[in-house]
Write a protein that binds this ligand. Structure first.
Ligand code: HEM
Length: 197
């Protein structure tokens, strides 16, 4: 994955736990790099090793860590100069989600070496849709949940994403039932998306 992904993860660990903890995670992951270059490609296993080392060092499940990472991703990409890109495709959650399919096509224009995931919206109703997520990479569904939560915070709207079909359980790809309410209070920190059962 492009270095910007690892950079965002380092930023999250440093901001929340300090540089000492980041160094501990880096050593535990067996990663030499202390700094990642946004536009450079790194093997995916670097990102996966950092996530599992961070999960061990911070005593958090990889799923919980990936959710926080997804939430942070929206803040971080905005800070790194991609806020306009986020703003260009929608100025509220329903507008953004409706255009999510074409979103990474725009990302590829700005970061040409990306191997982006695919998103497809179906069963669109007022305040709800099914979001189909396709990727060659395993285990990143919680990252998507975190990103959607981050978008909810960005737009000041409540959003819930529930995994209803899982590739890990044999489905062809992951499918989320996403619901949102425009103008509602943003989700509280630690508010679990899977609470609706
Ligand atoms: C301006 C904001 C964004 C930028 C610049 C961006 C860029 C990227 C980059 C560089 C990667 C790594 C893939 C690679 O290097 O091959 C990535 C991965 C990913 N992005 Fe985005 N992205 C953004 C927003 C979003 C949004 C809104 C979603 C929607 C849910 C999303 C979903 C994902 C997922 C799930 C991955 C993990 C890789 C995979 O599934 O294969 N991203 N993105």
């Amino acid at each position: 994955m492009l270095g910007i992904v690892n950079k965002a993860l380092v930023d999250l660990i440093r901001k929340q736990h300090g540089d000492e903890t980041w160094q501990e995670v880096r050593r535990a992951a067996g990663v030499d790099d202390d700094i990642f270059l946004s536009g450079e490609r790194y093997p995916d296993h670097v990102t996966y090793s950092l996530v599992s080392a961070a999960s061990a060092v911070l005593d958090a499940s990889p799923e919980a860590l990936l959710e926080s990472f997804g939430e942070h991703w929206i803040r971080f990409t905005a800070e790194e100069g991609y806020g306009a890109l986020l703003g260009a495709i929608g100025d509220n959650l329903s507008g953004f989600l409706a255009n999510l399919e074409s979103f990474h096509t725009r990302v590829v224009m700005m970061l040409p070496n990306v191997e982006p995931p695919g998103f497809e919206a179906t069963d669109i109703r007022p305040g709800a849709m099914r979001l189909h997520y396709r990727t060659s990479r395993p285990g990143l569904a919680p990252f998507v949940v975190g990103i959607l939560r981050g978008l909810g915070i960005r737009f000041g709207e409540r959003i819930e994403a529930r995994l209803v079909e899982s590739r890990e359980l044999g489905a062809d790809h992951d499918v989320f039932e996403v619901t949102w309410s425009d103008g509602a209070e943003p989700p509280l920190p630690g508010d679990r998306r899977d609470r609706r059962g």
